[in-house]
Design a protein around this ligand. Sequence first.
Ligand code: ATP
Ligand code: ZN
Length: 285
Amino acid sequence: MQKLKLAIQKKGRLSDESIKLINECDISFPTSSGKLVTAAYDFPIELLFLRDDDIPDYVQDGVADIGIVGENVLVESDKKVEEVKKMGFGKCRLSLAVPRTMNFNSADDLSGKSIATSYPKILQNYLDKNNIHAEIHIISGSVEIAPSIGLADAICDIVSTGSTLLSNGLKEVEQIFQSEAILIKNKSLSTEKQEILQQLLFRLEAVKRAQKNKYILLNAPNESLDKIISLLPGISSPTVQALAKEGWSSVHSVITEHDFWEKIQQLKEAGAEGILVMPIEKLIY
Ligand code: ATP
Ligand code: ZN
């Protein structure tokens, strides 16, 4: 039987989240084997641990079938692969930054200037789109020191908190690209591998949905039941059972995370008591 080869970052910001997600899909593999390739025990998948910059290339060439990589790395690599889905982690932004003392009104101010970056393609796309002519200096690391050593007038780099910029006397002036980890796949997967991918996606969906939802259990006086049920649309209608205590019922449902606290407040105001909220491991429709 064929195995689907999944490339993930060996060591870095995407590694832990990638492995956690795979484990949450109930796929386990030997940890700390130190090997570059390892097969899962309980799912037809093989993991390849690579540098993130190599992942688009390997997936394009079919050395790996699928991979998890930052959108920034994929766009910069310009490789021909298919994007399957956004993973919801590894979020970051690519921004332009200039010395704090520079009077900056708009990106047009960078015309004729030089910009240091490790992301020349993404930057060039942005400059072209905005019709700005600037010189790009490609450097592979410590981009933020470029202005202070006189290498460039501005930089384009990944920003998370902005504290690195601040300590180098820079200010963020324009966000040019939003990124998160994405799952990519080779353009010509065999039918068998495509089927394994579908199974993996099915599990990933169930895990993701579960993370967004909570299981809720509460006691409600019968006269408030209608009101309480109307507050709990859930994925299907709530389960209602009579309690031993006369005139009371137990209500079970699933609620989404985004308006969680608001919902709890409304339920309390409607007369709900003994509200119990539990995490969901998997949620399958
Ligand atoms: P490798 O050794 O694999 O080449 P790297 O040093 O190039 O690793 P990391 O710093 O581990 O890469 O970042 C991996 C990806 O994580 C980035 O390409 C980006 O998509 C994402 N990311 C999320 N937040 C940040 C951040 N604050 N700084 C840098 N990258 C981030
Ligand atoms: Zn890298």
